[in-house]
Write a protein that binds this ligand. Structure first.
Ligand SMILES: NC(=O)c1ccc[n+]([C@@H]2O[C@H](COP(=O)([O-])OP(=O)(O)OC[C@H]3O[C@@H](n4cnc5c(N)ncnc54)[C@H](O)[C@@H]3O)[C@@H](O)[C@H]2O)c1
Length: 302
């Protein structure tokens, strides 16, 4: 037992002879630590108990954070960390560039979803340098200090954005499909070299490298998701997004797969994209390794 907090949902059916004692319930810590199940129903001394994993979302009030928070809050015990107040989950208001001030949010957490950052791919190097690099590094360091098992890092397709200057991707993002068979070309895989398309993409590549270090050096499980396009409307706007869209539903499915994926996944990079007819990012590794099964295709809105 390393002190990771188990959280208890419903408790019912105590046999009259054995009323539950809260001290006994501490026994469930090891069950959470072993990641037996998303929602673990356990009979303990005649008591049925539901255990929920404890998930911290940094940047919880943002667009991605709001989608994840709303779709997963019945399954997990969710807390947040952000510069702003959050309506519906307990949230520490703190600046992720300040390690000391964010540490309390990480205590007792099973999995961190690290979203806190400036999300514009047009952000200047100064903003990336002052904000994003420090937010990302501090999230990993705080997770290590608190004994968190897994960090899911919001990387970006902009870590490899320069592939979009090459054929056939350049045509696909422009909506020019003549002579190209959908899916009948080499998709960009996460084994291919990084090719950031600006300071924002460089910052995300830095996060992936830092995650690799924390995994190799400290045994922290780190999963980097190179998110495609997640927008408010959850539908494509413009030709590029027919390839790059990640719908709200598929984002939730992917995050759930990352949380529940086997402990053996110590470090991984996956593209976060729906099963779009014209997608040019490969998602086979996430389907095989963590069971991601996207259900949406941007073509539906053509
Ligand atoms: N939306 C997309 O299509 C997309 C694509 C690729 C990657 N991403 C990544 O996903 C993450 C979330 O993006 P989003 O679209 O929800 O952006 P967003 O701007 O809506 O949310 C970002 C959140 O991070 C918080 N934040 C920023 N700096 C912080 C700091 N120093 N300390 C604490 N909190 C801070 C903000 O307050 C905000 O709530 C980002 O890391 C972004 O780079 C998003």
């Amino acid at each position: 037992m390393n002190g990771t907090a188990a959280r208890f949902g419903i408790i019912y059916m105590p046999p009259p002879s054995k009323q539950p004692s809260l001290r006994n319930l501490g026994f469930l810590d090891w069950i959470t630590n072993d990641r037996i199940a998303l929602k673990c129903l356990v009979v303990l001394e005649g008591v049925l108990v539901m255990v929920k994993k404890k998930i911290l979302i940094t940047g919880v009030t943002g667009l991605v954070g709001s989608v994840i928070r709303k779709s997963l809050k019945s399954e997990y015990e969710i807390t947040g960390l952000d510069l702003r107040h959050c309506e519906d989950v307990p949230t520490l208001i703190a600046d992720s560039t300040d390690l000391k001030s964010i540490l309390p949010a990480y205590e007792g957490v099973d999995t961190v979803i690290d979203l806190a950052s400036e999300p514009s791919n047009f952000a200047s190097w100064e903003v990336i340098y002052e904000n994003n690099l420090r937010c990302t590094y501090n999230a990993l360091e705080a997770a290590r200090l608190a004994g968190v098992k897994r960090v899911i890092f919001a990387s970006s397709n902009h870590a490899t954005g320069m592939y979009e200057n090459d054929n056939p991707y350049v045509k696909i993002v422009g909506g020019q499909y003549d002579g190209i068979g959908a899916g009948r070309f080499q998709r960009v895989t996460t084994d291919m070299p990084i090719r950031p398309d600006g300071p924002y993409g460089i910052g995300k590549a830095f996060g992936e490298a830092a995650g690799r270090f924390y995994s190799d050096e400290y045994g922290l499980s780190v999963i980097c998701i190179r998110i495609g396009t997640l927008n408010k409307e959850s539908r494509p706007s413009g030709p590029r997004q027919f390839a790059t869209l990640l719908t709200h539903g598929d984002l939730s499915r992917l995050i759930r797969s990352c949380i529940e994926g086997p402990d053996a996944v110590k470090f991984a990079i996956y593209y976060g994209v729906s099963n779009n007819k014209w997608r040019f990012w490969d998602i086979e590794n996430s389907m095989i390794e963590i069971g991601y099964q996207p259900e949406d295709d941007a073509e539906y809105w053509r």
